[in-house]
Ligand binder design. Structure first.
Ligand SMILES: CC(C)(COP(=O)(O)OP(=O)(O)OC[C@H]1O[C@@H](n2cnc3c(N)ncnc32)[C@H](O)[C@@H]1OP(=O)(O)O)[C@@H](O)C(=O)NCCC(=O)NCCS
Length: 139
């Protein structure tokens, strides 16, 4: 059986109450990328996502995002937000997030116009439970 090349490991960052990191390892030991995120109320805040340059375009970034989103859903969190930086427009990062379903602010690439409104987001969708709704109506 072919050995899986990339493995993913999630840890909680001990200094913080709700901050986590998922690392991607090549052949179990070589860290080739990571995502750092934090639960803040009903929002999942994406702080940092990086895949080392030689390992890009192998769907590691996509997988790291997906694992974070699954963890959000497991915690009944259905909105992801993150700051989007002007320099990211230049190297395909905007396209990456847009292909993964994120709404990215459409602004001129310019640090002089940078402010708190440069926030990208994704709605993860709610999991509906008809049984629960029915029970609530009967009360
Ligand atoms: C953005 C980043 C995390 C993407 O990681 P990645 O593992 O290379 O991305 P994936 O392989 O999962 O890409 C998934 C899809 O996104 C799109 N995409 C990714 N990188 C792209 C690029 N440079 N240009 C255009 N589209 C891109 C493609 O549609 C891709 O699918 P495909 O390769 O089958 O066509 C990585 O490029 C990176 O670390 N960049 C520098 C750090 C950074 O700016 N991080 C974000 C701010 S915190």
């Amino acid at each position: 059986m072919e050995k899986q090349k990339f493995t993913y490991k999630q840890t909680k960052l001990s200094k913080y109450e709700n901050k986590y990191r998922i690392k991607c390892f090549e052949n179990s030991t070589n860290n080739v990328g990571s995502i750092t995120f934090e639960i803040k109320g009903k929002i999942m805040w994406l702080h940092h996502l990086l895949v080392k340059a030689p390992y890009r375009r192998q769907h590691i970034g996509k997988e790291l995002l997906k694992l974070m989103e699954n963890f959000a859903r497991e915690n009944q969190i259905y909105t992801v937000k993150g700051k989007f930086y002007p320099e990211s427009d230049a190297d395909g990062v905007r396209t990456f997030y847009e292909t993964q379903g994120y709404v990215v602010p459409n602004k001129t690439q310019n640090w002089e116009t940078y402010d708190d409104t440069w926030v990208m987001y994704k709605n993860l969708g709610y999991a509906h439970s008809t049984t629960q709704t029915h029970t609530e109506k009967e009360k």
